[in-house]
Design a protein around this ligand. Structure first.
Ligand code: FEO
Length: 395
């Protein structure tokens, strides 16, 4: 591990997970990173650790700067094990009796993960920790990403250690936004869509309260991916825009198919939407990873779901996707369902129930066809495309 000095006596220690391709169901096709931060001051402080298998790398990185035993304080901004998995190894090396600062919920959650009776120092929202010349202020950020999550702010350097927020699943040697440029934005967007989307209302409140507090920011230091130093406002503004979930004149026709009947309906719908000036995309669920589909969902105005009926139910890949999407709570969508069937035909009704549960504006009872679409079905698909286009913003 190669430490990178991001400000005077403050180091980013990144474990680069080049080859991870599945991060609990999220497709990390560019890998990821786990960032810890070391602050040298009168009290030497480590903020966060890394995933368990990289703990020795972190110790190696720290040892290139100081003897790990010299660390006085450890701060845990977040309990999830991509940041705390290395904690037992680190605490063992640093000293089991060293103070461990975390939120109150952090103490509860860390205790449920690790049996060690560490020297916990739970902190309040707004609590401060003097390191000597500089001070950390802790900001509770419940549910960004877990109930235990908090940020640590250093006023003197205008640095925010933001844990999961503003991160990206990206493995690379670049450490800063100015080293990678626009190429990082698709990763930041996908990360938001698949991890932080359900917490959009909290993000908008948080940005408001941080603005009211007048926090000055030179650098945003997340626990995944690159650090925002050239333009931290860019990612904050992107978060505000993504959290608002304003629908575009964009429609996703998301489907699976058994004998190409549902696929034929999907193709007709996409063409009909395109003729109405809608940015329409055809998404076959056995060709797309669910986490890439969710990235497209972020700004889509219409989500149209197609499934054949299989054994009186929804096709498994479509069920999987609906369950995943429902958990991420996308808002402000128009919805519709379609699909072919052989003899019972429950899928459309069941999809409509999912769309209704997500509070989508279901604009049509749904289209279903027995076995193979005929001309009447194709015309109905074209009409449905027009109906959906009328429900979308005109832009
Ligand atoms: Fe990167 Fe919620 O952990």
């Amino acid at each position: 591990m190669k430490p990178v000095e991001i400000a005077k006596d403050i180091y980013c220690l990144s474990a680069i997970d080049w080859n991870i391709r599945d991060f609990h169901g999220y497709s990390t096709y560019k890998g990821t990173t786990y960032n810890a931060y070391l602050i040298l001051d009168d009290k030497i402080t480590l903020i966060d650790t890394v995933k368990k298998q990289f703990a020795d790398d972190l110790i190696d990185g720290i040892s290139q700067i100081i003897d790990p035993k010299k660390i006085d304080y450890v701060v845990s901004n977040h309990t999830e094990m991509d940041h705390s998995g290395g904690l037992p190894r680190i605490m063992h090396k640093v000293g089991e009796d060293k103070p461990l600062y975390c939120s109150q919920m952090g103490q509860k959650n860390l205790s449920r993960h690790f049996p060690q009776n560490w020297n916990y120092h739970p902190v309040e929202n707004g609590g401060k920790l003097s390191l000597g010349n500089r001070t950390l202020t802790f900001l509770e950020t419940r549910m960004l990403h877990w109930p235990d999550s908090m940020f640590s702010y250093m006023k003197e350097e205008k640095l925010l250690f933001s844990s999961d927020a503003f991160g990206q699943h990206y493995a690379g040697l670049e450490r800063f936004d100015d080293q990678i440029g626009e190429a990082i934005m698709p990763h930041a967007r996908k990360y938001f869509a698949n991890i932080l989307l359900p917490f959009s209302p909290l993000i908008l409140k948080l940005v408001d309260s941080v603005t009211e507090m007048g926090l000055e920011l030179d650098m945003l230091c997340p626990d995944h991916g690159i650090i925002w130093r050239k333009d931290p406002g860019k990612i904050i503004n992107s978060y505000v825009g993504w959290s608002q979930q304003k629908p575009k004149r964009k429609a996703l026709v998301i489907y699976d198919t058994m004998w190409h009947s549902t696929e034929k309906m999907a193709t007709t719908l996409v063409e009909a939407l395109g003729e109405e000036g809608v940015d329409a995309k055809s998404i076959h669920l056995r060709s797309w990873h669910r986490s890439d589909v969710l990235t497209e969902v972020l700004d889509a105005g219409a989500i149209i779901i197609g499934s054949p009926t299989l054994n009186n139910g929804i096709f498994p890949t479509v069920s999987d996707f609906l369950t995943y999407m429902k958990g991420l709570k996308p808002k402000n969508k128009v919805g519709a369902a379609f699909g072919s069937y052989g003899w019972s035909g429950e899928a459309v009704k069941l999809i409509n129930e999912h769309l209704g549960a997500m509070k989508f504006d279901v604009v049509d009872p749904g289209l279903k066809v027995q076995f193979v679409p005929d001309n009447e079905c194709i015309e109905a698909c074209q009409e449905l495309g027009k109906k959906i286009s009328r429900a979308l913003p005109s832009e």
